[in-house]
Design a protein around this ligand. Structure first.
Ligand code: ATP
Length: 274
């Protein structure tokens, strides 16, 4: 797994202000930040803070970004692992990785554990009714270990578990029970206003002919269905295009070119998904 220490790690610095839009989601996760900063206050009041939350939504819309921002804002370590990394393991190694992850988290608490693409490990087990996508023996063991670790985690340990998925429908229901990932936060594709904000965020780092706000409104109109990752891509692609022509600044035609290129890509992708 990857560990990002808030003081020394490479992910240092993703703040709430770097996450454009998603105001409702940010509002919801503020409680975790506050809890990690002053757990004793919650305990004194007898309040039980949720152990974990599931971030739901399509790829590239800021789930990982938001999870990292929670760690930065609360100034705690961020331990992350992709669900797919667990299931690549064979011979009981997946379950051992889960144990290691929680062991490390206990050492570093207060901290955040983030499991990206939890659906890779958290598919419905074969015993559960609900579908042809039953988990294999190996990932079943891994999932069981995950459930055991979550249940064994006392609230006094100050560990917040976050996980992301874009396939909540295939998750084993045991993961969603109270005391596990019982809180769900939707991180959806950005709307027009949010796309404008994300463009402004990413255009800040580009050497533009005019300021970001000169372009952002128009770009937001041209890009319905784009995720935050697509928008970041457009901005970078426009700079690459400008570099190719030895320009010293990125202009409207570079941005138009990048949108055009990415529109083709997202159309193909959405078609393939539908
Ligand atoms: P996946 O499910 O594919 O892991 P994700 O939802 O976790 O996707 P992120 O990794 O958070 O997506 O986003 C990918 C990149 O897209 C970010 O590093 C960032 O550059 C950009 N991005 C996505 N959403 C936003 C946003 N709301 N504000 C600013 N940038 C964003």
């Amino acid at each position: 797994f990857t560990l990002v220490d808030p003081l020394t790690g490479p992910g240092k610095g993703v703040k709430f202000s770097d996450v454009a839009g998603l105001s409702e989601a940010k509002q919801e996760v503020m409680e975790f930040v506050d809890y990690l900063k002053r757990p004793e206050h919650y305990k004194a009041l007898g309040a039980k803070v949720p152990k974990g939350a599931l971030l739901l939504g399509p790829p590239g819309c800021g789930k990982t970004l938001l999870a990292k921002a929670i760690a930065t804002e609360a100034n705690v370590p961020f331990l992350s692992m992709a669900g797919s990394e667990f299931i690549e393991m064979i011979g009981g190694l997946g379950a051992a990785r889960v144990r290691d992850l929680f062991k490390e988290a206990r050492k570093r608490a207060p901290c955040i554990i983030y499991i990206d693409e939890i659906d890779a490990v958290g598919r419905k087990r074969s015993g559960e009714s609900g579908g042809p996508t039953g988990a294999s023996g190996e990932s079943e063991q891994t999932l069981n270990q995950l459930l055991v670790e979550m249940d064994g985690m006392a609230s006094k340990e100050n560990i917040i578990m976050l996980a992301s998925t874009n396939r909540a429908d295939i998750l084993d229901r045991a993961l969603l029970r109270p005391g596990r990932f019982d809180r769900h936060i939707l991180i959806d594709l950005p709307n027009l206003i949010e796309r404008k904000q994300i463009f402004e965020q990413h255009l800040k780092g580009i050497a533009l002919e005019y300021g970001p706000s000169h372009y952002s409104h128009n770009l937001a109109y041209l890009t319905p269905g784009f995720s935050g990752a697509d928008i970041a891509n457009v901005c970078n692609e426009s700079a690459l295009h400008a570099a190719r022509f030895k320009q010293t600044q990125v202009n409207k035609s570079n941005l138009d070119y990048a949108v055009e290129r990415l529109v083709g890509g997202t159309e193909k992708r959405n078609h393939a998904l539908s």
